[in-house]
Ligand binder design. Structure first.
Ligand SMILES: *Cc1c(COP(=O)(O)O)cnc(C)c1O
Length: 370
């Protein structure tokens, strides 16, 4: 992590340290209400709880400091994705989505955008920077892609998108604001599923959208206010709590992932490994330029479906759960969801276990999976 991000994170942790009064609580209150008392002519920040809640505000202020842009929170990552797609696009618009990114984003577009008269195209992540973006209103990029971990050059796509009059949104879920800074590379919007590393404890779903330009963020905010895709105050409070340990968790996860990816790549039982931090990754140079950390996800391929299943069954510290970014490592065979990957392909999410404990168990399970 660069010194700049370390400073930003520290400032986020301590943003109230100077103005906190004697005897005031460190943590924000969990405000459970549907209404607020109003003057005769309604005014003020909080008027009705579908429009705003002080616990959301506490979290949004913290996330905004970290993102370097105003933030709107949502009850899940998909609620954040849908708010960007539905809030910003209208009939006659054209949107470009990753063909190898988060699957439900494509389902959402096919099921709801297409019938509304919005044209939806897809493109592999590794090819989007070379694509002609003429005619698009919105381009959505997810880099590294999931589960293949291919990269897109965010600055190059932003330049092409803007030349074509399109907005660029980056789904930054796998990297978080500590690992990759899409807005600084020219993206207009960042989307995050905070269900993953930001909350980090596998105990809730959450999401957020960040954008520097209020004209870009306003339709996203309006979508939440009008449609009612609003987070619960307890969930917002839990994400606020999780955020305070994001730096230490994500550092451990990325450090361990680098070590484990290197060892997997050298292991006789492993057919292939993709990790942006390996020199063998086809976009390693771009990763070093664009990413501050290399992430917690490793794509590895074992010889067959049977070998992958045997490995997962043998490994005490990897449960086949379909999420990532948690304190607990997890892994799954992605072909079981229909991803276009080999049958022995496993997406491994490296958690916060002490590195050698985790590696020792992975090594033992690989030996047992023959
Ligand atoms: C998980 C995920 C989402 C959806 O988030 P939910 O919180 O599960 O709704 C969107 N994008 C990416 C990249 C994800 O990994």
């Amino acid at each position: 992590m660069t010194d700049r991000i370390a400073e930003l994170f520290t400032r986020t942790l301590h943003r109230h340290s100077k103005d906190r009064a004697d005897n005031e609580a460190f943590s924000p209150p969990i405000v459970n209400t549907s209404i607020y008392s109003l003057p005769a002519v309604p005014s003020g920040t909080y008027q009705y709880a579908r429009w705003g809640n002080p616990t959301w505000t506490a979290l949004e202020d913290a996330l905004a400091l970290l993102e370097g842009a105003p933030v709107v929170t949502f009850p899940s990552g998909m609620a954040a994705v849908a708010a960007v797609l539905c809030g910003l696009l209208k009939s006659g618009d054209r949107v470009l989505l990753p063909s190898d990114g988060y699957y439900t984003t494509r389902i959402c577009a096919d099921k709801y955008l297409v019938p509304m008269g919005i044209a939806v195209d897809t493109c592999p992540t590794a090819q989007v920077a070379a694509r002609d973006l003429t005619g698009y209103r919105l381009v959505l990029v997810e880099t590294p892609s999931n589960p293949g971990l291919d990269l897109a050059d965010i600055a190059a796509v932003a330049q092409r998108a803007h030349a074509a009059g399109a907005l660029l949104a980056v789904d930054n879920t796998t990297m978080t604001a500590l690992g990759q800074r899409p807005l600084e590379l020219g993206a207009d919007l960042v989307i995050s599923s905070d269900t993953k590393a930001v909350n980090g404890h596998s105990d809730l779903l959450f999401g957020h959208v960040a954008a520097r330009d209020e004209a870009v963020l306003a339709p996203v905010r309006d979508w939440r206010k009008i449609v009612g895709a609003i987070p619960g105050s307890f969930e917002a409070w839990l994400v606020h709590r999780g955020l305070e340990t994001l730096e230490v968790r994500f550092s451990r996860m990325c450090d361990s992932a680098q070590t484990i990816a290197e060892r997997l790549a050298a292991h006789a039982r492993v057919k292939a490994v993709a990790y942006p931090g390996l020199a063998t990754h086809p976009a390693h140079a771009l990763a070093q330029r664009q990413m501050l950390r290399m992430g917690c996800l490793i794509a590895l391929e074992l010889a067959s479906e049977a070998a992958a299943n045997a490995f997962l069954a043998a490994c005490d510290f990897l449960r086949p759960a379909t999420s990532f970014g948690s304190v607990h490592s997890s892994a799954e065979r992605r072909a079981r969801w229909g991803d276009a990957v080999p049958a022995g392909f496993i997406r491994l999410s490296v958690g916060c276990e002490p590195t050698e404990m985790l590696w020792g168990e992975i090594e033992r399970a690989l030996a047992a999976s023959a």
